[in-house]
Design a protein around this ligand. Sequence first.
Ligand SMILES: Nc1ncnc2c1ncn2[C@@H]1O[C@H](COP(=O)(O)OP(=O)(O)OP(=O)(O)O)[C@@H](O)[C@H]1O
Ligand SMILES: [Mg+2]
Length: 295
Amino acid sequence: MSSNTSNEQVTDESVNETDGTSDGAIIETDISVDRGSSHTTGHTETIVRAEGLDVYYGDDQALDNVTIEIPEHRVTAMIGPSGCGKSTFLRSINRMNDRIPAARVDGGLHFRGKNVYDDDVDPVALRRTIGQVFQSPNPFPKSIYDNVAYGLRVQGKADGMDLDAAVERALRGAALWDEVKDQLNESGLDLSGGQQQRLCIARAIATDPEVILMDEPTSALDPVAASKIEDLINELVDEYTVIIVTHNMQQAARISDKTAVFLTGGELVEFDDTATIFEDPDDDRVENYITGKFG
Ligand SMILES: Nc1ncnc2c1ncn2[C@@H]1O[C@H](COP(=O)(O)OP(=O)(O)OP(=O)(O)O)[C@@H](O)[C@H]1O
Ligand SMILES: [Mg+2]
């Protein structure tokens, strides 16, 4: 099975991607795993499953035979050196790679048991169910209110619903309501970087997705703003599944339940509970990467 749907009509501008540069990996040998047990106990269903997933850009292979089962209502972190395919993996989950003409996908990528590359899957609808937040906050040049209402309006759901209540709910869900409730008609671009990123999270959750993909969502933010996003992610998993790419290993250790380590060549080398990855990994290459000897 393969996919290259460059002729697909994409109308949802919320999927515009800002491909910024990566933040430098913060490598420390002593990484403590802070994630409490609240989310790590108990079994949850697999929501996203890759099976022998290969992704190519032209002749270059970016992901090599990736097999992984990602649990719902958990935070799963993707870590690994620059160029190892983390963003490519994230983009393959909601078919953002379709927008890259050279990209080709082989193998299976299943969302709740359905292969998202099947012919009958509408990628635009898929991206509503599997939303995303990018490295650089990218609010639309619209009011705060209109940023959040955008997805509902595009879907035609805004008529006949209490849009004000939906906007408030999304802004509360993104821990932004109290800061912006008196300026909903002001431009989203006038917010601070951290507020803009929470606005983008509000925009993503307004349409009630099941999964939120985040590609280095805090790397453009100062530590205080980044910390607020981390706290928010911790809350979001009550309702959503979060899959996050980060270069910051402390961040992965702090906020994720599961960690996947990719290494150069697009190989998923190890996937396990975050505590196991950071404290007792199986693979020497993972240990070397985490302790800064590699990557
Ligand atoms: N649009 C593209 N066209 C061609 N090759 C690409 C494209 N995007 C990524 N690649 C290549 O695919 C490989 C994986 O890239 P990807 O961006 O997924 O890595 P990454 O792990 O997210 O890296 P970083 O940590 O720097 O963000 C790299 O060799 C990269 O050069
Ligand atoms: Mg990347």
